[in-house]
Design a binder for this molecule. Structure first.
Ligand code: SF4
Length: 374
C-alpha cells in the first residue's frame, strides 16, 4: 500500500481551535497555490498511489472544476490503479457544497464532511458557520450524485458540550447512515484563540472525566449501530475503513504534496515548510521545497511502527513485526508490556498485542511508551 496526500490550505473562515496549515481564502493566493502544487507534482518522484486524499484546509473552497483538474493532473503524473480510493474532505457549508457530479466525474470515490457537531450552539462555540441542517443537505446532495462512501467528523469535548448533547450529535450522525465516522477529542493547541480562552476560563472546557464519558458513549453508541471501532478515533461500517489512513497506521509509504504536507518514503519522514510564501516561491521557481526531515532506523523505526499499529483494533501482529523490523516484539518491549498488562491497558493473543477498551481511553500515553524504548 502507498498513499498520496495533497494539502489544500484555504478556508472560508478560520476556526479558533485549529492548528493546521491553513489560511483564509483569497482568490489570487488560491490560484497561485494551485500553480505551485502543479510545479511540485511535476517534479515529484514516480509513485504508485493506491489512495489519494485531498485534505485541508478546506478543499471545497476551490471550484469543483479546479478539483477535477487537480485529480486529473495527479492521475497523469502518478500511477493510480483502478479501484483506488480517492477522498476529499469537505466543509458542509452549503455555499461550498455544489458540483458533486464533477467530483464523481473526476473519479473521487469518498467524501469526508467536517460536521463536528449537530448542536447549533456547539457549532457556534467551535466557530463553525454551517448548521446541522447544512450537513444533512450536503449529505443528500452527495448521495444524489451517487456517492456511496461518505464519512463525517465529530468533535467531543467542545465547550458547553454535555453527555446529552453528545448523544444528540451521535444520533443525528447515525441517522444519516454514513459509511464512516471519526470522533476526535478537542485538543487545545498552543497559539490558538482556544488556548487563550482556556487560560482565562479553564472551567469552560471538558475535564478528563467528561471527555472519557463522551468517548465511552461514542464507542458504545456507534458499536451498537454496527460500526467497527477499527482505530482509536475511527468507526466504519464493514468494508468501509479508510484505506488511506490504514496505510499510515501500517507505517506504509506516503507522499505528501503542498504546504506543510508530510511524506514517508524509504524510511525518511519529511515535512514541507509550513510557510505558504516560501512553499509557493520555491515550487514555482523550481528550487527545492524547504523540508524538515529525519531518517528513522532500528528501534526508533520499530517504536514508531508499534505506536501506530497499537492505535488499530488489530494491534501489533508480532510475526510480521519481527519480519519487518527484525525485533521480537514480546521480548524487546517485555518491561513496558508487563506494566501495561498489569494496568489492564493491553492484552495479547498468541499472534497479536492490542489495546484493551481501557487502554483506548489513554491510548496516546500507552502508545508513546513504546516509542521511548531504546
Ligand atoms: S475549516 Fe478546518 S482547516 Fe479550516 S480553520 Fe476550520 S478546522 Fe481548520
Amino acid at each position: 500500500m502507498s498513499g498520496l496526500y495533497v494539502h489544500l490550505p484555504f478556508c472560508p473562515y478560520i476556526c479558533p481551535y485549529c492548528d493546521f496549515a491553513k489560511w483564509p481564502h483569497r482568490r489570487s493566493a488560491a490560484a497561485r497555490y494551485l500553480d505551485a502544487l502543479a510545479a511540485e507534482t511535476a517534479r515529484a518522484p514516480a509513485f504508485s498511489a493506491e489512495t489519494i486524499f485531498l485534505g485541508g484546509g478546506t478543499p471545497n473552497t476551490y471550484d469543483p472544476a479546479d478539483i477535477a483538474a487537480l485529480v486529473e493532473r495527479l492521475r497523469a503524473r502518478f500511477f493510480v490503479p483502478a479501484g483506488a480510493e480517492i477522498t476529499s474532505e469537505l466543509n458542509p457549508d452549503l455555499e461550498l457544497c455544489e458540483g458533486f457530479d464533477a467530483y464523481r466525474a473526476a473519479g473521487i470515490t469518498r467524501l469526508s464532511f467536517g460536521a463536528q457537531s449537530f448542536v447549533a450552539p456547539e457549532l457556534e462555540m467551535l466557530g463553525r458557520r454551517h448548521s446541522p441542517d447544512d450537513v444533512r443537505t450536503a449529505f443528500a446532495r452527495a448521495r444524489e450524485a451517487g456517492f456511496e462512501n461518505l464519512s463525517l467528523d465529530l468533535i467531543f469535548g467542545a465547550p458547553g458540550q454535555t453527555t446529552a448533547s453528545w448523544e444528540t450529535s451521535l444520533d443525528a450522525a447515525l441517522a444519516l447512515e454514513p459509511q464512516h465516522i471519526s470522533t476526535y477529542g478537542l485538543t487545545i493547541e498552543d497559539g490558538t484563540p482556544f488556548r487563550a480562552w482556556q487560560a482565562r476560563e479553564p472551567e469552560a472546557f471538558a475535564d478528563n472525566e467528561l471527555e472519557a464519558d463522551l468517548y465511552g458513549l461514542a464507542i458504545d453508541r456507534l458499536g451498537a449501530a454496527g460500526y467497527e471501532h477499527y482505530e482509536i478515533s475511527n468507526f466504519a461500517r464493514p468494508g468501509f475503513r479508510s484505506r488511506h489512513n490504514a496505510n499510515y497506521w501500517a507505517n506504509g509509504p506516503y507522499l505528501g504534496l503542498g504546504v506543510g504536507a508530510a511524506s514517508f518514503l524509504g524510511g525518511v519522514r519529511s515535512v514541507n515548510t509550513r510557510d505558504l510564501d516560501r512553499y509557493c516561491a520555491a515550487a514555482l521557481e523550481g528550487s527545492p521545497i524547504p523540508v524538515n526531515s529525519e531518517c528513522l532506523t532500528g528501534t526508533a523505526r520499530a517504536g514508531e511502527a508499534a505506536m501506530l499499529a497499537l492505535r488499530t483494533a488489530e494491534g501489533v501482529e508480532t510475526q510480521s513485526f519481527a519480519e519487518r523490523y527484525g525485533i521480537d516484539f514480546l521480548t524487546h518491549y517485555a518491561e513496558v508490556l508487563s506494566e501495561m498488562r498489569a494496568a489492564g491497558l493491553v492484552e495479547s493473543s498468541p499472534s497479536h498485542v492490542r489495546l484493551t477498551r481501557r487502554g483506548r481511553f489513554v491510548a496516546n500515553d500507552v502508545c508513546a511508551a513504546f516509542v521511548t524504548v531504546p
